[in-house]
Ligand binder design. Structure first.
Ligand SMILES: [Zn+2]
Ligand SMILES: [Zn+2]
Ligand SMILES: [Zn+2]
Length: 334
């Protein structure tokens, strides 16, 4: 199990309405900051030393709070984002059916790549970016029992083909799966999964709720997500920045103005297909050039083809702050 909460010692008291409830609310501004509210009744404050201590120090701090009869203890915490690489391969995955090259025949588990997707979790939320043909197996492998949303980078099959398998979550969670994507991608999902959107639905079809996003920041249950426009040859696609993690796959070009959106990101995940150039994807050299420009603390390369070479060999050639992703790799970020 991964840890998701770092509690701060910072305490505040505020008056709120309602009684005896404990709930989470979104922080007002900072990405990744949330507050836990716990109701403190009058008697409870009197009976608990540590709470009266809080009460006293707060009273000293701000007299106006003392006139309220009910208080909430507010604990501020920074949630930890956990990111798991569900898949790190290009559209055909690695190994490729029928290919007996050096990489496809490797026995090293790091050379086995499902279609690219990441799972992002914090203490209250799980979401994935893209759901390709390996989505079902990826959910099983990582024991994902609940999923709040799927964000799509673009409509290529290796990023959406697994959407039919949201049925399992529909069944467990008793609600539609929220899919977030831009207009063109949502239209494509509707067309490719026509049966899920018919007026008179066949029993058991996936229950999908389409949520429109554009290049502006949006949030899922209080988690802020900043879309980044990239070009995938001629197709405009989206990457996403969540806190200090930026995930961009399938890009072949990113404008200077869009780069500004993640110029201070701590972790940059970027696609690198292979060493040779490719018309629709960054190759290794182009990805490394972008990493040098942004200079994040750490960069991770994904959406990798069998033509890149074996993981163990390619990793040796990379700069210290650059890692070649592998399926199952996990990161944690405050
Ligand atoms: Zn792709
Ligand atoms: Zn191969
Ligand atoms: Zn693509």
């Amino acid at each position: 199990m991964f840890s998701t909460i770092k509690w701060s010692s910072e305490l505040m008291i505020s008056r709120l309405y309602g009684e005896n409830k404990s709930e989470f609310v979104s922080g007002p501004s900072a990405v990744g900051t949330r507050y836990k509210l716990t109701f403190i009744g009058e008697n409870f404050i009197k009976s608990k030393d540590f709470l009266s201590g809080v009460f006293t120090s707060l009273r000293n701090e701000d007299q106006r709070y003392s006139k309220f009869r009910y208080f909430y203890l507010i604990q501020k915490f920074q949630f930890v984002l956990n990111l798991t690489f569900l898949g790190t391969g290009t559209s055909q995955g690695v190994p490729i059916i029928g290919c007996h090259c050096n990489v496809c025949s490797s026995q090293d588990s790091l050379d086995k790549r499902l279609r690219s997707s990441v799972l992002i979790r914090n203490e209250s939320l799980s979401l994935v970016i893209d759901a390709g043909p390996d989505f079902r197996y990826q959910m099983l492998r990582e024991s994902v029992d609940s999923l709040d949303a799927i964000i799509l980078t673009h409509e290529h099959r290796d990023h959406i083909a697994g959407l039919d398998d949201v049925r399992a979550f529909n069944y467990i969670q008793k609600r539609a799966m929220d899919i977030f994507a831009e207009d063109r991608v949502l239209k494509e999902v509707r067309e490719q999964f026509l049966y899920a959107f018919e007026e008179d639905k066949y029993p058991g079809v996936p229950n999908i709720k389409l949520n429109l996003i554009d290049e502006n920041i949006f949030s899922i249950q209080g988690l802020s997500i900043l879309p980044i426009r990239a070009m995938h040859y001629t197709l405009p696609i989206l990457g996403f920045r969540i806190g200090d993690i930026t995930y961009i796959t399938d890009a072949s070009f990113i404008s200077e103005s869009e780069k500004k959106k993640f110029s201070d990101t701590k972790i940059l995940i970027i696609n690198a297909l292979r060493k040779e150039e490719h018309v629709t994807h960054f190759n290794l050299k182009q990805a490394l050039h972008l990493i040098e420009e942004i200079s994040p603390e750490k960069a991770i390369l994904t959406h990798v083809s069998h033509q890149m070479g074996r993981h163990s060999e390619v990793q040796r050639e990379l700069p210290d702050n650059v890692q070649l992703a592998y399926d199952g790799l996990q990161l944690e970020m405050d």
